[in-house]
Design a binder for this molecule. Structure first.
Ligand SMILES: Cc1cc2nc3c(=O)[nH]c(=O)nc-3n(C[C@H](O)[C@H](O)[C@H](O)COP(=O)(O)OP(=O)(O)OC[C@H]3O[C@@H](n4cnc5c(N)ncnc54)[C@H](O)[C@@H]3O)c2cc1C
Length: 464
């Protein structure tokens, strides 16, 4: 057995973590019922990372197979990017001609089915997922942006996604608090919806834990994975080594460690013939949450059209083989505004490459605020300092990959080792499609969405 060391542990985070009442710690070395303890814990599948991607992969294995699953995290659910996610699962800003469209649509359908299945069990999806079908507005203020919005509406309608172009006056009727000026316009997608990331993760984790009684689900939280253990032949990963335990994955080991996945792979290849460099980089984002915001109510989720450019900035502009982005890349801030299920006003968001730093930055908080005020003049009546006092600033590190699409698939050299990482600003929205794809691959089922754009081989920039 070869031991591949990994010292990659997320920084101490400054964001509020999972509510204490929901935290699940399992650091005991005692064997649990239903699990054979042979110098370590044995499961069919081990998932590394309990963000939205890891937890939904675990959920999919639990609901669609008989396999047992262990999920390992150096902290607790929501301590990575997921805990800072705003929660929009919108189609309005997505590109029907883009490579990710098919996966996006599949994932949206799966979220809808998830919400419907809850309703059919008399569980309110608003309560447990923060599920709200508010519709979304992609808004522009200049004639150039309005032209972009017209093209966007045409493209979405061509593929059958009902979207309407709203003039300035029509927009005012939909969203009276928005001020865009006379050239303002919006693409309106009435069927779009949002979740509350923390709430949804809490529910998914609770539902996963119902499988614990039959020995099919175990969590190892506060246990960073420190090494991957290979079989004697070297062709498979047979277990993960954590700070406290060895956890075997008989059928598969899935790496879903968000922005930490890249450094993890870096350590993996050090001692192996694998020539994969997976440059997932942290792209820091701030989000402002103003609790019980009563002065105004938003009818829809709102995003400025400039967001699309900020999200995709520099995605394809690298030379092959060049590492991801320069850490000094400029800060970008684009306005996104939602109201969550509790009536909190949530304002986003910033993007910057500053390594693994998760410190809150006052100047960025102010920039997000000032950007929002440009669109919502009523906010001028409020004092940011007062709102912050009774609110929260969330910081998260989006897992960014050059090319703008995640890796979802296995390493040819390590047939039972899978990666699901690099979802940048779309991890919540793409989670269920990603989970389905990984589980179908492991089970040998036909995959519902063309997996080629997400395979390790299709990320030529990352192959050395
Ligand atoms: C401000 C902001 C707003 C966003 N808004 C949206 C949105 O509205 N809609 C949307 O779709 N997406 C949004 N996103 C993006 C989304 O949050 C991410 O794409 C998604 O959360 C990534 O999930 P993940 O599970 O891959 O990573 P993470 O949530 O970061 O989870 C990775 C986990 O791996 C664990 N880990 C790391 N190293 C180890 C190790 N060695 N051993 C064990 N565990 C380890 C970490 O502790 C962490 O819990 C937003 C992101 C930010 C920052």
């Amino acid at each position: 057995m070869a031991i591949l060391n990994s010292s990659i542990i997320p920084n101490q985070l400054t964001t509020k973590l999972f509510p204490p009442s929901k935290q699940v710690h399992h650091t005991s070395k005692k064997p649990r019922p239903g699990i054979v303890h042979v110098s370590g814990y044995k499961f069919d599948v081990v998932v590394i990372g309990a963000g939205i991607i890891g937890l939904t992969i675990a959920r999919q294995f639990l609901t669609e197979s008989n396999l047992s699953v262990a999920i390992v995290d150096s902290h607790v659910p929501c301590s990575g990017a997921t805990g800072a996610g705003q929660g929009y699962l919108w189609k309005v800003h997505k590109d029907p001609e883009g490579e990710k469209w098919e996966l996006s649509m599949r994932s949206h359908n799966l979220w809808e089915k998830f919400a419907e299945s809850l309703e059919s069990q008399n569980i309110d999806p608003l309560r447990v997922l923060g599920w709200k079908k508010t519709g979304s507005l992609l808004v522009g203020r200049t004639t150039e942006e309005s032209a972009m919005l017209k093209r966007k509406v045409d493209k979405l309608c061509e593929v059958g996604v009902e979207t309407v172009l709203l003039s300035h006056d029509e927009l005012l009727l939909e969203e009276p608090s928005l001020a865009l000026g006379v050239d303002g316009m919006a693409a309106f997608l009435p069927d779009d919806y949002q979740i509350d990331a923390r709430c949804a993760v809490g529910y998914i984790e609770e539902a996963n834990r119902k499988f614990s009684a039959e020995g099919r689900y175990t969590t190892f939280y506060h246990e960073p994975v420190t090494s991957l253990l290979r079989t004697a032949s070297g062709g498979e990963i047979e277990a993960v080594q954590t700070s406290n335990n060895i956890i075997y994955g008989r059928k598969a080991v899935v790496l879903a460690a968000g922005c930490w996945s890249g450094s993890f792979m870096q350590d993996l290849i050090k001692d192996s013939d694998t020539k994969l460099h997976l440059p997932v980089k942290p792209r820091k984002g701030h989000l402002l949450v103003f609790e019980n915001f009563s002065s105004v109510k938003l009818n829809h989720g709102i995003m400025e059209v400039g967001y699309v450019n900020h999200q995709s900035a520099a995605l394809g502009s690298r030379d092959p083989g060049q590492d991801a982005l320069d850490d000094a890349e400029e800060l970008s801030v684009s306005m996104t505004a939602t109201m969550d299920k509790s009536g909190n006003l949530v304002l986003g968001s910033s993007r910057q490459f500053v390594g693994f730093n998760t410190q809150k930055d006052e100047s960025i908080i102010r920039s997000i605020w000032e950007r929002a005020v440009e669109f919502f003049p009523f906010l001028r009546k409020q004092k940011l300092e007062d709102l912050i006092k009774r609110g929260e600033v969330r910081v998260g590190l989006r897992p960014f990959l050059v090319g703008g699409r995640p890796v979802i698939g296995n390493l040819p050299e390590l047939s039972n080792f899978y990666i699901a990482a690099g979802h940048e600003g779309e991890g919540l929205s793409l989670a269920l499609g990603t989970a389905e794809m990984i589980v179908d691959m492991v089970l040998g089922n036909s995959v519902k969405v063309n997996p080629a754009p997400y395979s390790v081989q299709s990320h030529p920039l990352e192959l050395q």
